[in-house]
Ligand binder design. Structure first.
Ligand code: ADP
Ligand code: MG
Length: 315
């Protein structure tokens, strides 16, 4: 890239067109300036994706871009925030060419339109290492309305959106596990391009007592709520929602509950089932909150199912 296009040429060609927000100043300044409003809070979150860890280097560039953006929007969704914009820091290996960047920018443009957000700025460097995409997303909630991890109370119910385990299966398929046809396409798509549950997040304001997005595995992430809230979470294995494609590919519920990359929302609420949630995605009650600590998975007889590894861990 560096040979053909300068850093600024690259920014002008691919990223200035994505900086649609007035405050981004068409990426012509050192920083963006956003007019703030009273009575709301700014929610800020960052997630970095590295080739070989979060996506495979030969994944389609538009889907890599989309995943990098959506995992950040998923964090905003879990906090009940409405997305506003994002910053994009890129470390590009020299193998990245014009065609790749064109597709990458196209993926971002599509999602910007879908989610009503703008690129606000970023940084671009070359690297001898793997491609890394670091995004910082910004969103808003009404004053003090951010849904935290810390509010779960004994007696609350535990819920999760959508289905879990699909993305883990999709990754296994991409790594060589046999699966064909529509099931393979569905599971791999769930790995490559998550769906941020933004409408659900908005509906959970004032409803969920605690919430987070499931990125490392359902059990591991519920463990974060249990720890921050100072409670114990009991999950019924039979209640965990799984897609038909996943059940055909791998019926093991423990693997589904500990596989990463779901980007569904797990939350607690004081009611058996909150009303006024959007019809899509489905929300399923999967357990309850007790006094104590940790997360346990139980079978239909109330017996604890052993879980060796609660989820994905980088270190
Ligand atoms: P600095 O010298 O402060 O590092 P740069 O020269 O790197 O600034 O960037 C110039 C402008 O281009 C800034 O507005 C910056 O936000 C923007 N920019 C650089 N890289 C990206 C990128 N990958 N995505 C979006 N904006 C970018
Ligand atoms: Mg810079």
């Amino acid at each position: 890239v560096a040979d053909r296009l300068s850093e600024f040429g690259l920014i002008a060609k691919y990223f200035v067109p994505l900086a649609t927000h007035q405050g981004a100043l068409s990426l012509s300044d050192d920083a963006a300036v956003l007019q703030e409003e009273a009575e709301r809070d700014l929610i800020v979150t960052a997630d970095a994706l590295t080739a070989g860890v979060h996506f495979l280097p030969d994944d389609p560039p538009d889907l890599i871009a989309s995943k990098a953006l959506r995992v950040n929007l998923s964090d905003l969704a879990a906090k009940g925030a409405e997305p506003a914009g994002y910053l994009l820091a890129l470390a590009l290996p020299h193998s990245i060419d014009d065609a790749w960047l064109t597709e990458f920018a196209r993926g971002l443009a599509g999602d910007q339109k879908e989610f009503g957000i703008s690129l606000l700025g970023g940084d671009t460097t070359a690297t001898p290492g793997p491609l890394t995409i670091a995004i910082t997303a910004l969103g808003h909630v009404p004053r003090s309305a951010m849904i935290r991890r810390s509010g779960a109370k004994p007696g609350d119910s535990v819920f999760v959106s959508g289905t879990v385990g699909d993305a883990g299966a999709g990754l296994a398929i991409r790594q060589g596990r046999r699966c064909e046809g529509a099931d393979a396409a569905f599971l791999v798509a769930r790995y490559r391009q998550p769906t941020p549950r933004l409408n659900l997040g908005l509906a959970l304001r004032g409803v969920a007592s605690a919430s987070l997005d499931v990125s490392d595995g359902l059990i591991a992430d519920l463990g974060h709520i249990a720890e921050t809230s100072g409670v114990r979470i009991v999950v019924e294995a039979n209640a965990i929602p799984r897609s038909p494609a996943l059940c055909r590919f791998d019926p093991d519920v423990v693997r589904a509950a500990t596989a990463g990359d779901d980007y569904e929302i797990a939350f607690t609420a004081s009611r058996p089932m909150p009303s006024n949630l959007p019809a899509n995605p489905n929300v399923t009650r999967i357990g309850h909150v007790e006094p104590g600590q940790g997360v346990v998975l139980i079978d239909g007889h109330g017996r604890e199912i052993a879980v060796d590894k609660a989820g994905f861990a980088h270190f």
